[in-house]
Ligand binder design. Sequence first.
Ligand code: AVJ
Length: 324
Amino acid sequence: MSVALTPRLRSHWLDEPAARFRQDVWRGLKLRPKQIPSKYFYDAAGSALFDQITTLREYYLTRTETSIMRRARRAMAAALGSNVWLIEYGSGSSTKTRTLLDELDAPAGYMPVDISRDHLRESAARIAADDPGLRVIPVCGDFTRRLRLPAEHKAAFRRIVYFPGSTLGNFTPTEAAGLLRRTARLVGPGGGMLLGLDCKKAPAILHAAYNDRAGITAQFNCNVLARINRELDADFALNSFDHYAFYDPARGRIEMHLVSSCDQAVHVAGQPFTFAAGEPIRTECSYKYGARDWRALARKSGFRIERVWTDRRHWFAVIYMTVV
Ligand code: AVJ
């Protein structure tokens, strides 16, 4: 379905049916360990909590990436070239994007793709209002699946997928390679990808970033249960699940869990699920990348790395790659 907001701002809502959410939760709670896909964090409340996380002292990711974007925006714009169509995955509130869009030479258009509809609508409208010459086509959809994007970008000289925020970290290495291969096919020869990745670093720093003292990350984690209660007619007792997040240096990933504090039964859309005291639900994996990791990933998926921008401490990297 397309909704005309303004002639320049034609939105596409490729929403998943509510049945898919229920199916994913049922399926995940039957796995051992139990799991809930992390993309379901981002309802309105979850997106607001995530925005709050990005301002936390311990959560260095967003701040670091934003400063890399500010410092390197000229070089990035020069590398990307003129008349590009920018497609953004997981655009959220699009603050970093504006830094880039402002610097690009005569961009052909901007297509933000996000699963969180209200967030997307607001940020797309803001960008369109700020830049009256720019075509903005927001697409509400799930880029973890095969997406059929509206065709407008095909008219552009060059397509660039911007995937900031280390959101790729939520994919397993196999899934990440699959997503990049599909992206390479989407942008085609001469197209490119600008990818923001959180780097491997001392486990204590990573640990702190997912265990903030104010407890916002814990709220963000628990919010997915509140969402399931509300949208899937479930009865999770929110205060009987505890936030637990840790870094596994062998796998190079943060894992977030919600751990049941007692033996209990929960119903989700009529289906019962039992939890033993101490049993976890894994709600997120967040992979961290070293140079070797992103080189291997690019090679596997048909990209050539053109440039890498990073901060002084090498805590975060923004990688520009083109299709070979
Ligand atoms: C949006 C996936 C990059 O993994 O750091 C923040 C989400 N989870 N705090 C991340 C998140 C817990 C975030 N990403």
